[in-house]
Design a protein. Sequence first.
Length: 304
Amino acid sequence: MKYLELIKQWLEAHPSTAIFLKYIVLVLLVIGFIQFLRRFIRKNLPNTKVKYKSQKGIEVIGYLILIILTLSYFTGNIKDFTLAIGLLSAGIAITLQELILSIAGSLYIFFVKVYKPGDRIEINGIKGDVIDIDSIYTTMMEIGEWVSSDNYSGRIIKLSNAFVFKGPIYNYSMDFPFIWDEFNLPIRYGSDIDLAKDIVIKVATENLSEYVAKSIAKWKDVVERYYIEDAKVEPTLAITMTDNWIEFNLRYIVDYKKRRVTKHILNDLIGKEFEKTNGKVMLASATVEIVRIPMVNIDEKGKN
């Protein structure tokens, strides 16, 4: 009791410190309650997606509660929010500009649904799969860089949420989780072109039928939602005559995460089918034609 009385007397003698300490206690209580709710949700919700969104929602609500608590506590009246916000903004606009933009970006991402965990995006020149979004950073598993195609590089990148306001965001999976891909096949002149076309289209159609069927329904939703013309999702083949070969350009639709493996499968199967034609269809290679051999003059006087 003696110690409590001494603490009480000290607080009465230092009112400013007492007010600040009470504020700290309130903040700790709010943070503790938020952490308790997050742990409770993490342990009791079975669905991973719902669990993740619930935790992020509680985190956002917690920030709003802390802002309201701070403003009302130090202004003494909730009606003074406008003045308090103006003074607060003027004081920290420069020093905390990036932090404010990051928090605003997290709210923008959460409510507008620019992207979500599991999406493959490219932002600020960085491409990868989103694995977490918190109040300040977006965490990505990087793809590309020193590895080819769409393979993981192994680096985990934390990117400020402020970048959603600073440039374009390329989302590979939002609304339409398919992309168009293509590759070229050089066919030697003299090959059976009709047979080559039949082989390429047959292999592509048989191996891409699942993607085509799923993408048709998804593309209809995109056409209804956005101002965009209808597009052909079935495999298409375009032919170009070049100086050295007949170039086949195969264009097709594929799951955004299976682009590399699908291209490998198509190339492998098409190559095997060409081999079965016994020379009727042959792949071409770069050739050099020598038109004239230049004359060489030998100076006999220069010999010893």
